[in-house]
Design a protein around this ligand. Structure first.
Ligand code: ADP
Length: 567
């Protein structure tokens, strides 16, 4: 602090920046960081697994999101603490690399932090803990490779892929339709996959949604959809082998500019003008027909006269198509966007195997499906969604239904809100399923879910810990205990006794030397995940362990936290 004077001689105080900061160092800093990380992990813990709870998040502008996807929850939580932000990044990285397991990775990191705190209290240096964790994670990742199984599937045998996607979807709100959605996801991925190069470009899969209808009506379209309909109700609703003129010029005669004036004071003049206009329309329609177009997609509108003429000339048309959609249509159908009728040539027409207008139930809602496009293998998953009573039950379990009664009412009265949320959550769930299918195409090895893989790794890591002479053995053992956190959370979230269930399953794995045993979350009657068809991809599980370890190591290595103080 220093006293200074301004140009008028008035005194003022200079506070040095450091004095406005608070500082935590050593064990205190590590403990504060650990508790911030654990707080985030605790929030997600209850969302893990098929019986996990969903979270409701409201944005500052009032948008409500209901989800149990870890990455989405954290993204929307608006956390302030830097360590908590690291956990958000952790979940985001898992989402980016793998697309699934975003909750599990944070739960795992939280468990590693909890174990680390105990070791710190016992006086073990954070670097030794970090090194022990690194060793243990390597052991776990290698062990996963030993217990992984090859997963055989092919374009004609998609059932195994469907089963894996179903495991992912079983923990989501859309659980009721998991079979249908899993099949759609697998077919979508296979239709854009390059099986020889083992690669999938997920950008070619568009996931669109429209409020209304039932979740069961969700469909896979081998092409693209446009939220538009034919400009005249009597135009054909289906065009096979369509040749599409994509126009940014209006179907209108040129309008007189403001400085020009047209005086029509006799019937003859009016009729001449009308004939002239008609000639213009005729010329435009004829030009399209001459180049061989069987469908016109136009960025601008056209008046009733032109519309009628188009219908009469048997040239179906779609109007008011936005610029982005127009580009998408042009790319997919291999056509060119034409700004003037004079420039229209047969080569500039886009091609599609089938263009059809689809109407939804008794509503006036219509969409245009452009399928089997010439230039693209792009597919669209078109989600329909309703928020029915059964789903509301899942969104708001019994114990919190009374607290949330007012929200239930708002759902009943504001159906559209519920439907929109359903569609958004379905989009997120389908994204996870698509990622799982893509991961299996990249690497077709799987491990068993329901915590089975974690329990097996825990046993393997524990066995190595005993043989390790250094202080790190405590950290390795702690890592083994942290691995148990996932099956414990699964058991707890399913209403089972966590410790009893875990110890029973662990001893079963040891006795029978079988890494398939996990937590029977859905009370099927067997905890053999092989029988239950609960799989996860090997790369997904390995990534979870590696990412969680890296973040925890990073947190443990911070021993000084300097932050602005509150005043
Ligand atoms: P994440 O966002 O991490 O994928 P989820 O809420 O989807 O989290 O839960 C995934 C966990 O639930 C995995 O450990 C998976 O093995 C487990 N799981 C999914 N379905 C089942 C099931 N039917 N029985 C037991 N465990 C399951």
């Amino acid at each position: 602090m220093a006293l200074a004077f301004d140009e008028y001689g008035r005194p003022f105080i200079i506070l040095k920046e450091q004095e406005q900061k608070t500082r935590l160092s050593g064990l205190e800093a590590q403990k504060a960081n650990i508790s911030a990380g654990r707080a985030v992990s605790r929030i997600l813990r209850t969302s893990l697994g098929p019986k996990g709870m969903d979270k409701m998040l409201q944005s500052p502008d009032g948008d409500v999101t209901i989800t149990n996807d870890g990455a989405t929850i954290l993204e929307q939580m608006d956390v302030d603490n830097q360590i908590a932000k690291l956990m958000v990044e952790l979940s985001r990285s898992q989402d980016y690399e793998i697309g699934d397991g975003t909750t599990g990775v944070v739960v795992m990191a939280g468990a590693l932090l909890e174990q680390a705190e105990r070791l710190l209290e016992r006086g073990i240096h954070p670097i030794r803990i970090a090194e022990g964790y690194e060793m243990a994670s390597r052991i776990a990742v290698e062990h996963l490779e030993c217990i992984a199984q090859k997963f055989d599937f092919g374009p004609t045998n998609i059932e195994p892929l469907v089963q894996t996607c179903m495991t992912t979807l079983s923990s989501k709100i859309v659980n009721r339709c998991k079979r249908a959605l899993a099949e759609i996801s697998v077919k979508a991925v296979l239709s854009v996959a390059d099986l020889e190069r083992k690669d999938v470009n997920l950008d070619l899969i568009k996931v669109e949604g429209k409020v209304g209808g039932k979740l069961e009506d969700t469909e896979l379209i081998y092409g693209i959809t446009v939220d538009k309909d034919m400009s005249h109700p009597q135009m054909p609703k289906q065009i096979e082998d369509a040749k599409i003129a994509i126009l940014t010029c209006p179907f209108e005669p040129p309008k007189p500019k403001t400085k020009h004036k047209v005086d029509i004071d006799t019937v003859e003049k009016f009729q001449t003008l009308r004939q002239q206009e008609q000639k213009y329309f005729d010329g435009m329609v004829q030009k399209c027909k001459d180049v061989g177009a069987t469908l016109v997609i136009c960025q601008w509108g056209f008046d009733d006269e032109a519309n009628h003429l188009l219908m009469h000339q048997n040239l179906p048309a779609v109007r008011w198509v936005g610029g982005v959609e127009l580009e998408l249509i042009a790319i997919a159908t291999g056509g060119r966007i034409v700004p003037r009728f004079q420039e229209l040539t047969p080569e500039k027409l886009g091609r599609a195997g089938l263009v059809r207008e689809k109407s939804f139930g008794t509503t006036k809602d219509k969409m245009l499906y452009i399928e089997h496009c010439a230039n693209s293998r792009a597919v669209t998953i078109f989600i329909r969604g309703e928020c029915n009573v059964e789903m509301l039950g899942r969104l708001f379990p019994v114990q919190c239904r009374i607290d949330w009664a007012f929200i239930l009412f708002s759902f009943v009265f504001d159906d559209a809100l519920g439907n929109k949320m359903m569609i958004e959550e379905t989009k997120r769930s389908i994204h996870d399923a698509l990622c799982v299918a893509r991961n299996l195409i990249r690497n077709n090895f799987i491990v068993y879910g329901g915590g089975a893989a974690e329990i097996s790794c825990s046993i393997a890591v524990e066995a190595v810990a005993d043989k390790y002479p250094g202080v790190e053995q405590y950290a390795i053992r702690a890592f083994a205990d942290a691995l148990d956190a996932v099956p414990m959370a699964l058991a707890e979230n399913s209403g089972l006794q966590p410790i009893e269930t875990l110890s029973a399953v662990k001893s079963q794995q040891l006795e029978e030397n079988n890494p398939h045993f996990g937590i029977d979350c859905n009370d099927v009657g067997t905890n053999d995940m092989f029988e239950q068809n609960v799989f996860e991809t090997l790369i997904g599980k390995q990534q979870q362990i590696l990412l969680a370890t890296q973040v925890v190591k990073m947190i443990l290595k911070i021993d000084d936290v300097i932050s602005p103080s509150d005043y």
